[in-house]
Design a protein around this ligand. Structure first.
Ligand code: NAD
Length: 251
């Protein structure tokens, strides 16, 4: 099947999104590098083009309907219709329930859940038309419950239900939808957690690694490798799955 090898990765200025954008570019995709401010993605775009790949930076707030529509139009105009969407953009606003503000609840659900919904709805138009697509959503081991993350774990569990429902709805159009649930990955997000807990990032990684079966924490490349599998045309019989990429068994 002739397919447009255009991938969109949200939250791709840094961390898992950046690693994923670079991997998909190495796999031969033209990559739309989406993040809040267009300038922040310059590093990711430069690393891709420096390796001979094709990438464009597109500014978006995934929780904003008009912003998503504009970003999608820009992607289609600059690279063509997307065949792969990776919903990776995310934030944390951790606190124990009694201290969690309604604003912290709303903003986390808005970026993860509303964001994945708006981006997927915008992308499926092109995928259904082409009778081909791959949507990959970032969940988390926190979906199983994690102290201080009522908002985030609800969003990440929600992502799993959202993934399975889209898989059912879109399968007949050649579109697969899967989720990846990472464990501890070294990024600014886990660095911020260490700061909040008052421990050094190194200590935080060491204590996390001791609890992980393979005795190490993960890197963005570990997640990018799983994304690459789901994004592959040959993975068309795998849909509605949640893959825990956490260095050991979960769920
Ligand atoms: N790091 C981990 O250990 C870990 C574990 C499980 C799941 N995850 C998930 O993986 C994804 C990436 O995490 P990360 O660790 O790379 O985080 P990160 O904080 O390093 O990067 C997140 C990126 O998303 C962008 N972003 C935030 N809000 C946005 C919005 N409204 N619109 C567009 N972009 C926005 C940020 O600007 C940033 O570049 C997130 O969904 C996160 O919840 C991370």
């Amino acid at each position: 099947m002739a397919q447009n090898r255009v991938a969109i990765v949200t939250g791709a200025a840094r961390g898992i999104g950046a690693g994923t954008a670079e991997r998909l570019a190495a796999d031969g995709f033209s990559v739309a590098v989406l993040d809040l401010e267009q300038g922040a993605q310059a590093g990711t775009v430069q690393r891709i083009t420096g390796q001979g790949g094709r990438a464009v930076a597109v500014g978006v707030d995934v929780s904003d309907e008009a912003s998503v529509a504009n970003a999608m139009a820009q992607v289609v105009q600059e690279l063509g219709a997307p065949s792969v969407l990776v919903n990776n953009a995310g934030i944390t606003r951790d606190n124990l329930l009694f201290k969690m503000s309604a604003q912290d609840w709303d903003s986390v659900l808005a970026v993860h859940l509303r964001g994945a919904f708006l981006m997927s709805r915008a992308a499926q138009t092109h995928m259904v038309r082409a009778r081909y697509g791959r949507i990959i959503n970032l969940s988390s081991t926190s979906a199983l419950g994690n102290r201080g993350q009522a908002n985030y774990s609800a969003a990440k569990a929600g992502i799993q239900g959202f993934t399975k429902t889209l898989a059912i709805e879109l399968g007949q159009f050649g579109v697969t939808v899967n989720a990846i649930a990472p464990g501890f990955i070294v990024t600014d997000m886990t660095r911020a957690t260490a700061n909040r807990m008052g421990v050094s990032f190194e200590e935080h990684q060491e204590s996390a690694a001791a609890e992980i079966a393979v005795r190490r924490v993960g890197a963005p490349e570990d997640i990018a490798n799983a994304v690459s599998f789901f994004a592959d045309q040959r993975s068309g019989f795998v849909s509605g799955q949640v893959l825990y990429v956490a260095g050991g068994p979960r769920n």
